[in-house]
Design a protein. Structure first.
Length: 327
């Protein structure tokens, strides 16, 4: 005999009606009900929160610099399968490292306006969930690179993760030199790409490292200038927080822009790129120096925002020129 079915209507807190059926004492939610839709939305939010832990936009930038490093390092035809493996492993390792960074910094993020809505400080994910997710993702990426790319690429990526998590992250609460330390792991992705192409750490790898390292200085200091009060409230000791009159900060921005202009010319001088890249690097670098100098001469949030915006345009433009005019 078929058990009787009892129809029930439940009103949620939002006033929406959901229909469920009781079959043999078990409550079953109909697929089209509001309760089922709410569950689907909740699952979607959890997926989105885990994705947010991995910072997809940052990972995308890491993948671009890694791919450019691979392409510039090639001495023959590209191995597209190898490049795909490189990008998959790098994405996993980078996403896991960034998730672990959010795990370690959850208390700091909770004190800052610009980060308190992240999944951990907002309470949408548990710290243990983030720790397990980040650890699994990072470990999977490292193993993947070791298996499909090689030991040297694995070593560079492991160094990136270790420096980011265990040097840069704790130093943010102790010294403004954290920016210099943090620029090291931030500059290693194109080195990983170069290593995947050549299996060595030649001069070209270090030139790419130098470009990414120096680019991060004005970029990071401009962000810190804009959100100085927020960082100070959270106890993050970036240079603009301890340099209240801004003298040292502005000097470092200009110095970084000038050094970047010089180093960005090296790919042509060492035979990695042609004259089109050289001309473009000069124009882009000079424009960046001008904006940095304006910020130094007349500091203001508007000028700092211009430096930040210019840095976001500068790097992809320079890398595109390097890939286009590769020798």
């Amino acid at each position: 005999m078929t058990p009787p079915t009892i129809e029930a209507t439940r009103t949620t807190g939002a006033g929406a009606a959901s229909t469920a059926s009781s079959v043999g004492g078990l409550i079953q939610v109909r697929p089209g009900s509001a309760l089922g839709a709410a569950g689907a939305r909740a699952r979607g939010r959890v997926v989105a929160d885990f994705a947010a832990l991995a910072k997809p936009r940052v990972v995308l930038m890491i993948l671009v610099t890694t791919a450019v490093g691979y392409y510039v390092g090639l001495t023959g035809a590209a191995d597209w399968a190898r490049l795909l493996h490189l990008l998959v492993g790098t994405a996993l390792a980078a996403g896991g490292t960034l998730a672990l960074n959010q795990y370690w910094e959850r208390d700091v993020d909770a004190r800052m306006e610009r980060t308190r809505a992240r999944p951990l400080p907002d309470g949408r994910l548990l710290p243990l969930e983030a720790l397990l997710f980040g650890s699994a993702l990072a470990a999977a990426g490292l193993v993947y690179l070791g298996v499909f790319i090689g030991a040297l690429a694995l070593a560079v990526t492991l160094a990136t993760a270790v420096l980011y998590l265990f040097a840069y992250t704790p130093l943010k609460l102790r010294t403004p030199f954290c920016t210099i330390v943090g620029a090291v792991p931030g500059a290693l992705p194109p080195v990983t790409g170069w290593v995947a192409a050549r299996e060595d750490l030649g001069l070209g790898a270090w030139v790419l490292f130098g470009i990414l390292f120096l680019w991060q200085l004005p970029h990071t200091l401009a962000i810190a200038r804009l959100y100085c009060d927020d960082y100070a409230r959270a106890g993050v000791r970036l240079l603009p927080v301890v340099d209240r009159d801004g003298t040292s900060t502005e000097r470092q921005i200009v110095t970084g822009c000038l050094a970047l202009l010089v180093v960005s010319m090296l790919p042509t001088l060492i035979g990695l790129a042609g004259p089109i890249y050289f001309a473009g690097a000069c124009v882009l670098g000079a424009a960046f120096v001008v904006l940095g100098a304006r910020q130094a001469l007349t500091p203001s949030p508007v000028a700092a925002r211009r430096v930040l915006f210019a840095s976001l345009l500068y790097l992809p433009a320079l890398l595109a020129l390097l890939a286009f005019d590769k020798v």
